[in-house]
Design a protein around this ligand. Structure first.
Ligand SMILES: [Zn+2]
Length: 255
């Protein structure tokens, strides 16, 4: 059990008096003294063991009078509201001045605040001090004491989120860099057709399944070239045929 300052409330004092007691605890916890090295340290930490929870020691309000659940809750809530300046952490934001939504994330700063936990004697008797019998001001549930005294929404949690965001941004940047590095390679996969100087891209498919290789003719020029080849072959054939015919003719004429 950590160092815990217990206030027993038997419903005899006004709620404002109980709230004022919490404030007296806070001012006491903030008192500093010189330690033997001449450093300022909290007075309370020289009297009780610091349990390295961080922050100021908690105050436990134990309500004893059986006034019914509703009346009890009303009293707890009244004391909570009257002592808000003692226990409520401050919302911190590295870009507090900016209306930018992406910069609104932040954390609760608990420095200088007193954690206040409340319970009722009946609950303590039934479940013991480690049962879910503690309601911490600012929390919404009855919790076991360790959970109740654990600060949530802290700067550490914020830093972890920041680290994750930074990693995601770096990964996105790395992907963008890679994309840019690969872009020139795509440009190198295009060239000018040596015949007509239009751009030819690798992977182009022309008529008759023609796929230009790097530096080769564009599909249009390749088509023209093939037609020219076919024509010259035809001319050659004709010339050849003409030659045979001419020889046959000459032979027939007895030359
Ligand atoms: Zn061409």
């Amino acid at each position: 059990m950590p160092v815990l300052f217990v206030e027993v409330d038997n419903h005899t004092e006004p709620a404002a008096v109980v709230a004022a007691k919490i404030d007296r605890y806070r001012r006491f916890f903030l008192r500093q003294v010189k330690n033997d090295r001449g450093h300022d340290v909290p007075l309370w930490s020289t009297l009780w063991d610091d349990f390295s929870r961080g922050g100021l020691p908690p105050v436990a309000l134990v309500f004893t009078k059986d006034v019914g659940a509703q009346a009890r809750m009303n009293r707890i809530k009244t004391i909570r509201d009257l002592s808000r300046t003692c226990w409520q952490p401050r919302w911190q934001n590295p870009h507090g001045w900016s209306p930018n939504a992406s910069e609104e994330d932040g954390w609760w700063e608990f420095t200088g605040t007193v954690p206040v936990i409340a319970t009722h004697l009946d609950q303590l008797r039934t479940h013991g001090p480690y049962g879910p019998v503690w309601w911490r001001f600012g929390h919404s549930d009855w919790q076991p004491i360790t959970e109740a005294l654990t600060n949530t929404g802290t700067e550490e949690e914020y830093s972890a989120r920041e680290d994750r965001r930074r990693q995601e941004q770096e990964a996105a940047r790395a992907m963008e860099d890679q994309r840019r590095r690969e872009e020139p390679a795509q440009w190198e996969a295009t060239w000018e057709c040596p015949s007509c100087q239009t751009d030819v891209e690798l992977g182009t498919v022309g008529p008759a399944g023609y796929r230009p290789t790097e530096g080769g003719l564009c599909p249009a020029c390749e088509h023209t070239r093939r037609e020219e080849v076919q024509q010259s072959v035809a001319v050659d054939d004709m010339a050849g045929t003409n030659g045979i015919l001419a020889r046959l003719k000459a032979r027939a004429e007895g030359r």
